[in-house]
Design a protein around this ligand. Structure first.
Ligand code: TZP
Length: 211
């Protein structure tokens, strides 16, 4: 059976900001203690061996807490570690092919950044979409153009699948995104780049719950 998932506070772990190989599990656990509901591993600079060992460690840490682990792009790693799901971008393997590889029982997420990409999402194959970057971000240097809150709200009007906002999201921005129709917010630096990731997650979680 496909694991259930809650997009409301989605942590994307980038080791550059989240404690590197040594600290990534501790960062994830602190963030979950603060209220993160789902965790993705996204490590554009890592070698495959680092991916595999971190995926196993994160899976072992998150499973007892019932927090799904999503692996960005690397389907082989997701299958090896028996992660809850996979997240692919527009330049990665097509969602239909990803689904073929992961089977029916894993979560599949897809990044989108405009109305055309959202309209093209195969709804019977993809479980949720990421929509962004909503605001400017220094974390993903090759991100698509910034969408902005107004256009994001338009995109949410047209959505037919759960959607999580991403890009430049921090305290003070969550409520507006939720009011615009986002099912959740995804963050990297607003949790990982902070001195106290648990407290940072907790503050964001309060804003998520405010709506
Ligand atoms: N995809 C679109 S923006 C982004 C990704 C992975 C990075 C978001 O990072 P931050 O630090 O939350 O702005």
């Amino acid at each position: 059976m496909k694991p259930s998932f809650n997009l409301s506070l989605y942590l994307v772990l980038d080791p550059d900001l989240c404690g590197g190989e040594e600290g990534i599990v501790a960062t994830a656990l602190a963030a979950v203690a603060g209220g993160v509901t789902i965790v993705q591993l996204r490590a554009p600079k890592w070698k495959k061996r680092q991916w595999v060992s971190a995926a196993f460690a994160l899976k072992a840490a998150l499973d007892p807490l019932n927090i799904p682990l999503i692996i960005n792009d690397h389907i082989d790693v997701a299958l090896l570690a028996d992660a809850a799901g996979v997240h692919v971008g527009q330049q990665d393997i097509a969602p239909e092919m990803a689904r073929q590889l992961i089977g029916p029982n894993k979560i599949l997420g897809l990044s989108t950044s405009n109305a055309g990409q959202m309209a093209a999402v195969p709804l019977d194959i993809v479980d949720y979409i990421g929509v962004g970057p909503v605001f400017a971000t220094g974390t993903k240097l090759d991100a698509s153009p910034v969408i902005g809150l107004e256009e994001f709200a338009n995109l949410m009007q047209a959505k037919t699948i759960p959607a999580v906002a991403i890009g430049g999201i921090g305290l003070g921005r969550v409520a507006a995104l939720r009011a615009a129709g986002a099912d959740g917010v995804a963050v990297v630096s607003a949790v990982c780049g902070q001195a106290d990731p648990q407290q940072a997650a907790q503050a964001l979680r309060l804003e998520v719950a405010d709506v």
